[in-house]
Design a protein around this ligand. Structure first.
Ligand code: ZN
Ligand code: ZN
Ligand code: FE
Length: 764
């Protein structure tokens, strides 16, 4: 008889790990116990040597699909006298470092809902050991029902029997319930008055009549309408105060989705994974989806139902809804935090909806849908939130306990614990007061949940970012990290890159160490020692932030030195000539005119010049337009000059824009766009070669929001590969500001360890 003590760490709580071990032990004839603890799961097993080795062999092979085992530490201990294997209650006071993200509803639970003879028939809040909400209903850890918002719903005797029966698939399932004991659905009119009857009947009727409903799901409220109805989608856009940004569409099932979008095997796997993110897919455009969902775009953000509530909307026969696709957008006024509270929803969303479909299970954490896409064979993150957050990112070395505050837009903050970096769910744009308030509150709650006690706050260098002000007003020691170095270090941390890199940061805007607005930078270095080797020559951003909202100002700015009658005529046509005269004066006088090296602005300017939007509703809109119109088959490239100055290599973007202007007499805009993309990729290749000649570094990191541009990314990676460089891209972690907190944490930690505040001046 032998006995072992096992410590298993990783994502092993809330995935049915203890019941799995129980059944494995029963199968092998092993005695002992198991419980959740600080790092994951702890157990003692006892039996004959051969049985123990069989148990240890099968443990990783048969573990639940949602579990991620990081390590198993096995220690020999003396055998004791015992006769069975038991599941002990969690060690209180100590918590697991890894709360599990929410898990989309599983096939078996959907079957039960559809099965008219099952006791959970039509129980749309159905869940089991492997599926259902997790993070968004957590009050505290370890993950037990008593510490979730399911505490309101004590198990009935039938459920209790399943919970205690080792052979049952709900054995120790913390979120399980049934129609008798569990939370229930309701329908309310637009004022929040409860309406009796089948909630799906009411919801289906409104939707089929072109109406909008508020739907309470897992991480908050959605606003939904028929994706096929131009009128409904247009109305939703107006009511929500939404710019031209594309809406995402939830399809009834994979078959319906595949009729509208091209789906590879890898993409199908992600669409049906427990995380069920929105995935950007190539759209076939059958005409079944309203054009105004994603005007003129080639890609559609598509996803599948991830809770029984969605299932009910699509599949209920008795209301004969026949709904196959719904626009699902977050339930909030544009820019404000997602609504999770019922009474707030009734107040804030009332003017946007014709009714509410909801349930009485409280949502404790706001969690927007995640948005991802495939690129370069990887699942690239655009927004990492529901289904992924707050699973920690492992960085391969222990970090100082710190809070990384994130940036201003698309904010995500991070907390560290040992080797783990916990990225928060998507917080939104901190310009909005409501979002900034929610951000501060969430940081405190997140610290409590994870039992993190940060000693440092790492912030952006931008003095006006609310995240910077939050750090400086906190009681923590602070360190500032340059925006684009943080972007580069996000990739280094996520990919656990060893050794020095050449880091390319093409971005919208970020505060530079010289007070200029950076965004087209090439760095080299490693650890806490960095050099800025190259950048795009500075051009005025007429009217500061106004130039982000009005890309034509950037076009005019790049053309200003040489002048452009043709473009000025176009401005006159659009009644912008006077404004440009005033802005020009402001540039000359240096009033409200920051200077920028941003490549994001360059894409904006080129787009505006050749017929793209002169004004945009969101940053990146013009660049999306430019990528979308590009004719992939077109050849050609623009000239560019790389000058070598005292402060490094330099490219003049005005030079490229001038050629674009000349080209307008000869080429279609689709051809110009392609030539411009090729130019930017070639320029990356040549610049990296030049920096390689100086440094000998062969590893390249591409980072910053501009690389969300699929065309540019593919072209640049191809060139770099041909030149023999190794290119790194992270999985799931956004290249935009939604991923910047990881790089802040990583580089901030290195700066703290070395006791430096300036990574550009330190010697190697
Ligand atoms: Zn299930
Ligand atoms: Zn029950
Ligand atoms: Fe950025």
């Amino acid at each position: 008889m032998e006995r072992r003590h096992l410590d298993i760490s990783g994502l092993v709580q809330g995935v049915g790990f203890r019941p799995f071990l129980y059944n494995l032990a029963a199968h092998e004839g092993i005695t002992g116990w198991v419980r959740n603890n600080f790092g994951g799961v702890e157990l003692e097993i006892q039996g004959e040597k051969s049985k123990i080795s069989s148990f240890l062999k099968n443990l990783p092979l048969q573990a639940p699909a949602a579990a991620v085992i990081d390590s198993v530490a096995v220690v020999d201990i003396p055998a004791v006298s015992e006769s069975k294997f038991v599941i002990l209650t969690s060690e209180s006071g100590q918590i697991s470092g890894s709360p599990l993200p929410d898990q989309g509803i599983c096939e078996t639970c959907m079957e039960e809902i559809r099965n008219q003879t099952d006791r959970r028939s039509r129980y749309f809040l159905n869940s089991c050991i492997v599926c259902g909400p997790r993070f968004t209903i957590m009050e505290d850890l370890p993950f037990d029902r008593s510490r979730t918002s399911m505490v309101k719903f004590p198990l009935c005797s039938k459920c209790q029997a399943e919970y205690s029966s080792p052979g049952d698939r709900r054995f120790h399932a913390q979120t399980m319930a049934c129609p008798e004991c569990g939370p229930s659905l309701w329908f309310a009119d637009s004022e929040g008055e409860m309406v009796p009857g089948d909630p799906f009947f009411h919801a289906g009727k409104i939707l089929n009549n072109g109406g909008i409903i508020g739907i309470k799901g897992i991480g908050g409220y959605h606003l939904a309408c028929l994706a096929s109805s131009e009128q409904a989608v247009a109305r939703l856009r107006i009511l929500k105060g939404r710019d031209n940004r594309a809406f995402a569409v939830m399809f009834r099932d994979m078959e319906t989705l595949k009729a509208e979008c091209e789906v590879s095997d890898d993409e199908a796997k992600v669409l049906t994974s427990a995380a069920r993110p929105i995935l950007l897919l190539k759209q076939i455009r059958t005409g079944r989806i309203a054009h105004s969902v994603n005007p003129d775009l080639k890609e559609l953000g598509a996803f599948l139902p991830y809770t029984g509530i969605h299932l009910g909307l699509f599949t209920m026969d008795d209301n004969d809804s026949g709904i196959s696709a719904l626009v699902m957008t977050s339930g909030n006024r544009s820019g404000e935090p997602l609504t999770i509270d019922d009474s707030l929803a009734f107040q804030e969303l009332t003017f946007m909806v014709d009714g509410f479909l909801g349930h009485n299970r409280p949502i404790l954490w706001r969690c927007d849908d995640s948005v991802m896409r495939f690129g370069q064979g990887k699942l690239l993150g655009i927004r990492r939130s529901r289904g992924y957050a707050p699973a920690p990112v492992k960085v391969g070395r222990s970090l100082v306990p710190l809070l990384a505050c994130g940036a201003q837009q698309k904010n995500v903050f991070a907390l560290t614990k040992g080797e783990q970096v916990f990225l928060s769910p998507h917080q939104g744009d901190l310009d909005q007061l409501e979002t900034f308030i929610s951000y501060q509150e969430t940081i405190l709650r997140f610290q409590r949940l994870l039992q993190c006690k940060p000693e440092w706050a790492i912030h952006d260098l931008h003095p006006d970012y609310n995240s910077t002000m939050f750090a400086r007003n906190s009681s923590l020691k602070t360190i500032g990290v340059q925006h684009h170095l943080a972007h580069v270090n996000t990739v280094i941390a996520a990919c656990q890159i060893e050794g020095p890199v050449i880091g390319v940061a093409f971005d919208g805007s970020g505060y530079g160490t010289d007070g200029k607005i950076w965004g087209g930078e090439f760095f080299s270095g490693e650890g806490a020692c960095w050099k800025r080797n190259a950048f795009f020559s500075y051009y005025p951003m007429p009217g500061g932030e106004g130039a982000v909202r009005e890309p034509w100002r950037m076009a005019a700015s790049y053309l200003q030195p040489t002048g452009s009658e043709r473009f000025l005529n176009r401005l006159a046509e659009k009644k912008l000539a006077d404004q440009w005269t005033a802005l020009r004066k402001a540039i000359q006088l240096g009033i409200n005119t920051p200077y920028t090296s941003s490549v994001g602005r360059l894409f904006d300017g080129v787009a505006a010049l050749i017929g793209g939007p002169l004004q945009v509703g969101y940053e990146g809109e013009a660049a999306v337009w430019l990528e979308n119109i590009a004719d992939n088959t077109a050849a050609g490239i623009y000239r560019y000059h790389i000058d070598h100055g005292e402060d490094g290599f330099r490219v003049d973007p005005g030079d490229i824009v001038t050629q674009v202007l000349e080209d307008m007499d000869f080429c279609e805009k689709s051809v110009i766009s392609m030539k411009f993309h090729r130019t930017m990729a070639a320029l990356i290749g040549e610049m990296v070669e030049k920096i390689y000649a100086q440094t000998g570094y062969k590893q390249v990191v591409l980072s910053g929001g501009v690389f969300q541009n699929r065309l540019l990314l593919d072209l640049a990676v191809e060139i770099l590969h041909n030149e023999g460089f190794e290119v790194f891209l992270p999985e799931q972690i956004p290249l935009n500001d939604g991923g910047i907190a990881l790089g802040q944490a990583w580089l901030g930690n290195l700066m703290i360890e070395r006791g430096i505040t300036d990574v550009f001046s330190s010697s190697r």
